[in-house]
Design a protein around this ligand. Sequence first.
Ligand SMILES: NC(=O)c1ccc[n+]([C@@H]2O[C@H](COP(=O)([O-])OP(=O)(O)OC[C@H]3O[C@@H](n4cnc5c(N)ncnc54)[C@H](O)[C@@H]3O)[C@@H](O)[C@H]2O)c1
Length: 276
Amino acid sequence: MKNVMILTGAGQIGMAIARRMGYGMKIVIGDKKPENAQTISTILNQAGFDTVAMEMDLSSRSSIQSILAEAQKYGPVTMLVNAAGVSPSQAPVEAILQVDLYGTAVLLEEVGKIIAPGGVGVTISSQSGHRMKQLTPKEDEQLACTPAEELLSLPLLQPKNIRDTLHAYQLAKRCNEKRVMAEAVKWGERGARINSISPGIIVTPLALDEFRGPRGDFYKNMFAKCPAGRPGTADEVANVAELLMSGKGAFITGADFLIDGGATASYFYGPLKPKG
Ligand SMILES: NC(=O)c1ccc[n+]([C@@H]2O[C@H](COP(=O)([O-])OP(=O)(O)OC[C@H]3O[C@@H](n4cnc5c(N)ncnc54)[C@H](O)[C@@H]3O)[C@@H](O)[C@H]2O)c1
């Protein structure tokens, strides 16, 4: 038996975190695209890790339960890395809400039922959640605490109240941060911790889709004018995950960490501030 890491989303960010934290563990990798899971699994196995690839769909509770059942065959689940998601240029509003918002909520709930004492998790949110205007305290609480199966019935998540796919993505990522706060209370009862990381522009296939999409110039301008003057890398996100998931982060739970090269700061108080 080995301690088990569940990695959902076999992309660049997920792989970078798995490489940093998954040594000596069994890493169970789930992705909607089985070929992505297999590719990352092969790269990691050839680098000395012990991984297995599975097809899984974050938007489905039964699919999440299946990967958890499979993972538990190898040993206690002590780490969760959720780096699965779709971006505003990749999917319509409904799919973004179903995967990024509902799916993440279900995953945190289901893993929270089985995470081993001392276990840790991170879920990848986004700077987008920080950029959206503040919600009311009531709306924030609804996103944090509404039972997962009722989330998509909330008034603020109805299609008539959502402008476009970017707005849906922002709401989903805001919800991720709030969910992490509410779940941290429950995970704490098991002696486990859960946090979220909100990256800015990180060069991955998902970001490259954005650069080529309708908001491509907007994103290129964003990293050119942010204080760091460049996009970030998945390995820099793994630096934050290492802090949160290691003993050094033992007092950190229910928190969200922005790593965006200062883009959000510039959006509010610098050259990236929208005109008018
Ligand atoms: N790259 C960025 O600039 C950036 C910025 C902020 C947040 N994020 C977030 O980081 C996370 C990881 O993205 P990435 O940049 O590593 O992208 P990526 O494209 O490298 O990886 C995302 C993976 O998620 C998988 N996926 C999509 N829908 C799924 C589903 N329903 N079930 C299971 N797997 C699914 C995809 O197949 C893909 O393998 C996402 O949640 C994304 O929103 C990325």
